[in-house]
Design a protein around this ligand. Structure first.
Ligand code: ZN
Length: 474
């Protein structure tokens, strides 16, 4: 019975956001709390299920997870390592399985995953397998020090759990065959905004297809990862990369992928029209639900979710029967205290114009915990089966229904609206603060989906970002 040490470290770090992500922002699971994830929709849940089915003896160490947000405080890495190290030192296990994001950056460590792997390797040489997010900024250190990491194949991430199980299956293959793979990395020097990294479209679609074809044709290739990168973490490894897990050599395959990515680069460099430009074209309002996507305030990418750019545009254009959700705990408190004139949003980013002053009619005040309607969504991969938006208020102003949450909530599950009594399917317009990952929830109810540019930290316009470390060669 193989003994597997399992640990998790999951954060997509947006280094252009104000502030720090500290220990209180992390959900920390230890020992039995990790084992309790068995059967849930998260990658860890998937690994545990595979382990149970295949007779692995699991040694749970520690699992740190936080939503995408600003640069991580060094104290988080310090504490994580202090907790993990004693397990690594036990040396009574046959392999390590890591549940990673892969785009984590702290105050002084640009490549946190690479640094942790280096510390692990100073103690043990056992195989290190694991799973990571397609938006990782994959470093040469990580490629050299881990044996076989499998990334998600889909964006929106519907397969996070599946990718985790795939990686576990490959670890089982190592135990069965005795063959130990290694990783080969190719970074073509490209950076795409999140809006350019959906796998339903090129360039990712063609690259994914190529990679799956390569896997089917080459027996020594255990996995070929198409890694889109995370453009808002400014590090030397930021951007697109290709990572082969192989027992042979994958140099030629990696060159083929790099050439394809360079050929399709222009399709990854998506930019969006302004909100005013888009809304001007929605008069008269066409039938069916129009989904307006505001990537500059992409919560899944770490933005505060309280940006007022699209809200202001909806008010300016007097859009009727429209819904928008903002995260603003202060506004919820004010409404609970009986105030009906609120200062809404615009508090989370210096790139925003600031709060919007509104007279509102209160519709409801509620608890914000809801059961996910879609247990395979990206939200499930982050939080399991339920999400807590904190105390919530539903208010109306002119033609707008505004859901105000205390905790920012990535718009990846329609339960967010339904749990608050809002029949989102019956609206004419809904604004979502996302880039791509909302599509799994909204494609099925949208008559049309339009991306708009507003001021904010996750704008697709990468030229507006003050990069210091990233190396863009094209
Ligand atoms: Zn991702």
């Amino acid at each position: 019975m193989p003994q597997i040490l399992i640990a998790g470290l999951f954060h997509e770090t947006h280094t252009f956001l104000d502030g720090l992500t500290t220990l209180v922002d992390f959900q920390i699971r230890r020992g039995q709390e990790m084992l309790d994830c068995l059967g849930d929709a998260s990658p860890l849940g998937g690994v545990l299920e595979f382990a149970a089915a295949n007779g692995w003896h699991v040694m749970p160490a520690v699992d740190y997870r936080a939503q995408p947000s600003a640069t991580v405080a060094d104290e988080v890495i310090h504490q994580f390592w202090q907790e993990l190290m004693p397990f690594i030192q036990k040396d009574s296990f046959d392999a390590i399985y890591l549940v990673l994001h892969g785009a984590m950056t702290s105050q002084t460590i640009l490549d946190v995953e690479g640094e942790i792997l280096q510390r692990i390797r100073a103690i043990t040489q056992v195989p290190i397998f694991g799973v990571f997010d397609l938006h990782a900024n994959f470093s040469p250190k990580t490629a050299a020090l881990a044996d076989c990491l499998v990334g998600y194949r889909e964006n929106p991430h519907t397969d996070a759990r599946e990718a985790a199980v795939d990686a576990a299956r490959l670890l089982q293959r190592y135990f069965t065959t005795g063959k130990r793979p290694h990783m080969q990395l190719r970074q073509p020097g490209l950076i795409w905004p999140p809006t350019g990294t959906g796998t339903g479209n090129d360039p990712m679609k063609s690259l994914e297809n190529l990679a799956r074809q390569m896997e089917s044709e080459d027996e020594s290739l255990w996995a070929m990862n198409i890694v889109a990168g995370f453009s808002f973490a400014d590090t030397p490894d930021t951007g697109v990369s290709f990572v082969a897990c192989t027992t042979g050599t994958a140099s030629v395959l990696l060159e083929t992928l790099a050439a394809k990515a360079i050929e399709l680069n222009h399709l990854g460099l998506v930019t969006d029209p302004s909100a005013d430009e888009v809304l001007a074209k929605l008069s008269p309002m066409p039938d069916g639900l129009t989904v307006l996507v505001e990537p500059s305030d992409n919560i899944g990418g770490g933005a505060p979710g309280d940006g007022t750019g699209l809200l202001r545009a909806l008010l300016r254009h007097r859009i009727e029967n429209a819904a928008i959700c903002l995260a603003d705990a202060e506004a919820v408190l004010a409404l609970e205290a009986g105030e009906r004139h609120i200062r809404l949003g615009g508090k989370g980013s210096r790139l925003d114009e600031g709060p919007v002053e509104l007279d509102v009619e209160l519709v409801a005040l509620n608890d914000g915990r809801f059961e996910l309607e879609d247990k395979n969504s990206h939200l499930a991969s982050m939080c399991g089966d339920a999400f807590d938006m904190g105390r919530c208020a539903v208010v109306k102003h002119a033609g707008l229904t505004i859901l105000i949450t205390s905790i920012k909530t990535p718009p990846f599950d329609l339960g967010q609206w339904h749990s608050q009594g809002i029949e989102i399917e019956k609206m004419s317009v809904v604004a979502v603060k996302a880039a791509v990952a909302h599509r799994r929830a909204y494609d099925k109810i949208a008559a049309r989906m339009l991306w708009v540019d507003t001021p904010g930290p996750c704008s697709s316009n990468l030229a507006s970002l003050p990069y210091k470390h990233a190396r863009i060669t094209r």
